[in-house]
Design a protein around this ligand. Structure first.
Ligand code: DQA
Length: 146
């Protein structure tokens, strides 16, 4: 199986960026650990981080009929992007939405997501572990589909 992990704007700053909210691990560390976990499950994992909405959208389009599952932390685009929602719907690839922080315990503008109602599941507030849980769940779901 192939799983695509997408990370949105400012997540390249993880480790440096508001560590009290987002933790001390860098995105490279998080994605390295996730790739190792994927390899053990014989899942082919690819990862893209971008600060640009259209690059994330292009990556979603490129995944059409190639990728079995998407794990996405759309970061701030969660709360603004109808275009990312539409891209995910256009390729019809199941996805899990991940946030490191508990968005519901934060500012009101972070309480709404343009993706959540279309996601297979949403994980937030569990830090970097959220990506691992998402991968775990995706793997179980993919095995059942086969
Ligand atoms: C985030 C939460 C978003 O509200 C914020 O804009 C981010 C990161 C998270 O992982 O907690 O950039 O998606």
């Amino acid at each position: 199986f192939t799983v695509l992990v997408l990370n949105g704007p400012n997540l390249n700053m993880l480790g440096k960026r508001e560590p009290e909210i987002y933790g001390h691990k860098s995105l490279i560390e998080i994605m390295t650990e996730l790739s190792q976990a994927a390899a053990k499950k014989h899942i082919e994992l690819s990862h893209l981080q971008s600060n640009a909405e259209h690059i994330l959208i292009d990556a979603i389009h490129d995944a059409y009929q190639k990728v079995d599952f998407i794990i996405i932390n759309p970061a701030a685009f969660t709360h603004s992007s109808v275009a990312i929602r539409d891209a995910l719907l256009s390729v019809a690839i199941p996805f899990i939405e991940v946030h490191l922080s508990n968005v519901h315990a934060r500012e009101a503008f972070r309480h709404h997501s343009y993706l959540s109602d279309k996601a297979q599941g949403v994980i937030c507030g569990l830090g970097a572990r959220g990506y691992s849980y998402a991968l775990e769940s995706a793997a179980l779901w993919l095995e059942k589909q086969d």
